[in-house]
Design a protein around this ligand. Structure first.
Ligand code: IMP
Ligand code: MG
Length: 177
């Protein structure tokens, strides 16, 4: 197992999530919101976030795969599961662990827009702006981080480490690019 250096602890994550939830509560007031976590990475963030949302919500999921066991995005977004709900006319909040190159969320957003939702916003726990390859930004960002590969709190390295309650960086990723 690689050494993990703690970067953002549980307490900081929890208090930041409360602030994000406050902002989302204010922005949507009592309007209904369809929350769509992007799995698997967005699972922990989304479940902690929605506990603090006050408007009526419905929940659906999208499952994607893009990393194929590497620490550099392949750029291809494979959709393994799409939404079940009818999204036309709905306010959508797409929730993911991180916005990195931006390719995943741009692809999903463009695909969702085809079905004419009322609104669509992106919420990510992390943002790595230096890595952006396409023109998209997250509307609600927990933490902006440097260009480093991070794990924990839903984020994985070779399918491992998603269960860590904090965000850390992997030391000595060696020959893996
Ligand atoms: P994208 O490059 O913005 O399309 O990000 C695609 C996906 O790559 C994210 O949803 C994450 O699941 C994953 N990802 C990006 N950066 C990291 C990282 O530092 N650690 C773990 N997963 C990452
Ligand atoms: Mg992901």
């Amino acid at each position: 197992m690689k050494e993990i250096i703690k970067m953002i602890d549980e307490e900081a994550i929890n208090s930041r999530i409360l602030k994000l939830a406050d902002k989302i509560n204010k922005d949507y007031k009592d309007e209904e919101l369809l929350i769509i976590p992007v799995l698997k990475g967005g699972v922990m963030f989304a479940s902690d976030l929605i506990k603090n949302l006050k408007m009526p919500i419905t929940l659906d999921f999208i499952i994607t795969s893009s990393y194929k066991d590497k620490t550099v995005s392949s750029g291809n977004v494979e959709i393994i599961k799409w939404v079940d709900e009818d999204i036309t006319g709905k306010n959508i909040l797409l929730v993911d662990d991180i916005i990195d190159t931006g390719r995943t969320l741009l692809h999903l957003k463009e695909k969702l827009i085809i079905e004419q939702p009322k609104s669509i916003a992106l919420c990510t726990l992390l943002d790595k702006p230096e890595r952006r390859e396409v023109a998209i930004d997250s509307d609600y960002v927990g933490f902006t981080i440097e260009n480093e590969f991070v794990v924990g709190y839903g984020l994985d390295y070779n399918k491992q480490c998603r269960n860590l309650p904090y965000i850390g960086k992997v030391k000595k990723i060696g020959s893996i690019k």
